[in-house]
Structure formats: C-alpha cells, structure tokens
Design a protein around this ligand. Structure first.
Ligand code: BGC
Length: 498
C-alpha cells in the first residue's frame, strides 16, 4: 500500500472511531438520562408508599383527631362542625323542592318531586354548569347575583312561566365550603378552599347572601336549608338505606360527615336533639398527621397554593390537586433529562394538567398509548416514544394509588371512631359470634373523582378491604350517590316541612 493510501486508511479509521465514539457517547448520555428519570420515579414511588401498616397509623390518627375536634373548639385541625341536622329524611317526604349546589368546579340546579313513599322520588332536569372562573375571585354580590339569575332561568323553564304550586318555593342550598352553622338554615363562611378567593365573604352568613340575591330578583323562594355537600350525600344515602351513617365526597375537594351521638360532642355540652344524634361535618380536607406520606412535590404545591399550610389531606387526595402533582413530576423529569424533548413552557403552568386528563392517561388502553400522546401534546410535549408514555402512566398510577389508599384510611378512621371497623375484634380475642354481631354500615360516596376515575375508586375500595380485613369489610357497604349532594339536600328541606 502506498503512503497516501495508508494515510487515507488511517484517517478513515480515525473518523470511524470518532463517529462510533460519538454514538457510544450519545447512547451513554441518553442511558444516563434515562437512569436519572428512573431514579426520580423510584424516589416518587418510595415517598408515596402506603403499606397497610402506615395506613393503619393514618386510621388511628384520624380517629384520635376526631375525638380531639369534638372535645374542644380548635382542639384539632379537624373542625368537626355542627350541622344542626339531627333527623335525616325518612322517605315520607312530600312535595316539590328545588336545590342549588355550589361545588368546586360546577354548580347544579335541580327540582325534585316527592310522593311520600321512598320509591317516589322524581328528580327533574339536573342542570350542571361549570362555574365561570372569574366568579371565583369576584365579589359576593356578583357571585350570588349570578346564582340567583341561573336559578330564575331554571324555574322559568321548569314551571313554564307559572308557579304551579301557588306557594312559596323551598330551596335547599348545598354549599361545598366550611361553614360555622347557627341553625340548619344559616351559618357563616369560615374560609374558602379549592381556589375560591372572595375574602369579603368570610364571616358572612351564606344563606342570607343567597336570600338577598333571590329577593333582589323578585323570586318567591326561601332558602330552607344550608348544607355541606357531604351532608346532602348522607341524606340521600339515608333516605334509601337507614344504615347509612357516613358520607364522603371525592371531587374537586374532599370531605366527610357522619352521624355522631350528641353526648360525644363534648365541646357543645347540653346539646339536645330528639334523635340523640347530629350530623358532624368533619372538614377532613384539613386533616394532618406525620404518618401521611408527603413528597417534595406536595410541599411545593402547598407553598405555591392560595391556601398554603391548609387543607393538607385534601391536597393529597382530591381532584383539584392530583393533576398538579403529576405535572410537577413530569416537569422535574423534563428539567433533569431530555426524554420529553425541549422543556415545554406549558409544563410550568400551575393546574394546567387536570385530573380528568390524568385519569384518561392512566386508563388509556390503546396499544400505543395514543391518549397519553395527545394529552402530552397539549402540554407542549410532542412525539415521545411509547417507553416514555408508559413512564407517564406510571406516574399517574403512583399518585392516584396513594390518593385512593389514603382516602380509604380516612374512611376506616371514621368507622373506627363510631365503632364500626371491628377494631380490636380479632386481635383482642373477640369471639366469632361477637364479630358476627358487627352491624352493617353504609358509606355514601359522591364526587367526580370517585364517579369518573375507575382506578382511584378501585384503589380506594381495595385498600378499605385491606385495612378492615375480609370479614369486617363484608359489613361495610360503599355506595355511590350520583348528584347526592344536591338531591339529598332537597330531601332535607322536604323533611323539615313534614
Ligand atoms: C370543602 C368542604 C367540601 C369539600 C368537597 C372542601 O374543599 O372545604 O366543605 O365538602 O371540599 O366538596
């Protein structure tokens, strides 16, 4: 071989080596980046871990906090609010009633006709509208004028221009925020949650605000009850099945209420009711315990929220927040690796990823995860390989599994407090016949997260069985109450007329 040829060959070898080196380098770099992402995922899984032992600690903490909240005002982060609902609907209610429900994302209006028998419950035209976002930080007047206006339009449509009853209409107002009640039909707003921020309304009587707006529109209608959404769900549950003692909402926010013996409400000594019990609105969204598995994402989400240091449990388990936790994990992965391509500015927008998109990605059963790909595209992340889409599904799974399992622990905590969890049963050597004495308890559940997110529901129900054990869980029935918050409050206003 001539000198020139040797030189060429040498150059070619060097070139080939450097191309190979670049390729190997790239592959190694990409492997390193993939490893980074896998480590972030592993850390998330570890931090969100909820083995049954930890769930039991949460159960105990919930029961302890319930006691403390009932013992004294401010005795716990759980407010354990009186509702003045001491009798729940029986099925004998009659007449026509309206309900208006201001939730976290939607407001609903409906009319029910009751025939005096449990079987005759006709729910007419449930109207469900998203709450216009500008109302969430407007003024009290703007908000209530809007609600009164919507109600007026609904009535016109329903009654076709004539008040068929010829009597004053009775309205149940379901208000899904914490209220300190002074009676079943009045109470002041304690604080806003779920992103609402109309500060002038804190401390105002909510029923009066609505009544004022109805009067201003000349609507012949009386706000007969003011109830939390959980109380509405409990009422509908009880109407159908008197074993219903607990109601839980998993929606934009989360909360629970239950029927408590008045003598256990120590902070209100001398409280007398004919039934000997009262529904207590726990406001469990504010529950906190060091046993809750908290991640760096939860801490940042809380710090950047409009209600920092508040509603810690709600921020781990409810629809408003699950999407944002997932977004934060994806954002971090995209900052620390390039598996999502160039960092999308959309990913930095708080709450841009909604929980219904998380559910759609989590439950995507298309072969190439096309739904995941579509949603990522909306977040400014295009053309990621299936391997990366699978990773996103896994993030959704970890966050939702934790939420479902903690939700179950919350429910088991209430069952423990009211002696319906069979606790101490098997371990304290109770006999088989005593275990069989365990009473049936129905837990009414309402809210979009529970109704629409199958995986959340399944994780919750699975964990409840895990915590309670097969035997006891046979006595605990979880029942979905679609629109229960609104229908139930209409039943409640009806029961007061009986
Ligand atoms: C509110 C509760 C409500 C729950 C579910 C929470 O943010 O504080 O009053 O019941 O959301 O809607």
């Amino acid at each position: 071989m001539g000198k020139v040829a040797v030189a060429f060959a040498a150059v070619a070898v060097v070139a080939a080596c450097s191309v190979a080196a670049v390729m190997v380098g790239r592959r190694m770099k990409s492997r390193r980046k993939w490893r980074t992402v896998v480590e972030i995922l592993k850390e998330l899984e570890d931090d969100c871990d909820t083995p049954v032992g930890r769930l039991r600690q949460v159960v105990d903490a919930m029961a302890v906090e319930m006691h403390a909240g009932l013992a004294s005002e401010g005795g716990s982060k759980l407010k354990m609010l009186l509702t003045f609902v001491d009798d729940l609907p029986t099925g004998r209610e009659k007449g026509t009633y309206y309900a208006l429900h201001l939730g976290g994302t939607y407001f609903r209006i409906l009319r029910v006709l009751l025939g005096g028998q449990r079987s005759y419950l006709d729910v007419q035209d449930v109207e469900r509208h998203p709450i216009p976002s500008h109302l969430m930080n407007s003024t009290s007047e703007v908000l209530f004028n809007f609600l009164a206006f919507s109600l007026e339009r609904f009535i016109e449509k329903e009654e076709n221009g004539s008040n068929s009853q010829g009597v004053r209409r009775e309205l149940a107002f379901t208000f899904s925020f914490p209220v300190k009640h002074t009676s079943i039909s009045s109470g002041v707003l304690i604080k806003w949650t779920k992103g609402f921020e109309i500060s002038e309304m804190v401390g105002q009587d909510i029923a009066e605000c609505l009544q004022g707006a109805l009067n201003r529109r000349g609507l012949d209608m009386r706000v007969g009850v003011l109830v939390n959404d959980t109380v509405g769900a409990l009422s509908l549950g009880y109407y159908h099945d008197p074993d219903t003692l607990v109601a839980v909402v998993f929606g934009t926010g989360s909360n629970a209420c239950y029927l408590e013996r008045t003598d256990a409400i120590i902070k209100c000594q001398g409280l007398l009711t004919t039934s000997g019990s009262m529904v207590v609105n726990m406001e469990w969204g504010n529950f906190w315990s060091s046993h809750l598995p908290r991640t760096a994402y939860d801490i940042d989400l809380d710090a950047e929220s409009s209600n920092a240091n508040d509603m810690g449990f709600e921020k781990m388990i409810s629809g408003m927040y699950l999407g944002d936790i997932v977004r934060r994990v994806i954002l971090r992965m995209s900052q620390e690796s390039d598996i999502f391509g160039p960092i999308s500015p959309v990913l930095s927008e708080p709450y841009v990823l909604r929980t219904n998109s998380v559910s759609a990605m989590h439950e995507d059963d298309t072969p190439e995860l096309q739904e995941v790909s579509r949603i990522l595209k909306d977040l400014g992340v295009s053309d990621v390989p299936v391997k990366v889409r699978k990773l996103v599904v896994k993030i959704c799974d970890v966050v939702t599994r934790r939420a479902g399992r903690l939700a179950a622990a919350g429910i088991a905590g209430i069952l423990k407090k009211i002696g319906r969890d069979g606790s101490g049963g098997i371990t304290s050597g109770r006999s088989r016949s005593e275990i069989q004495m365990q009473k049936r308890t129905v837990v009414a559940v309402e809210g979009g997260l529970y109704m629409n997110y199958t995986m959340f529901r399944e994780y919750m129900e699975e964990a409840l069985v895990e915590i309670l054990g097969e035997e006891v869980s046979q006595y605990v029935v979880v029942k979905a109450m679609e629109d229960g918050s609104s229908i139930g409050s209409a039943l409640l206003v009806a029961s007061l007329q009986a």
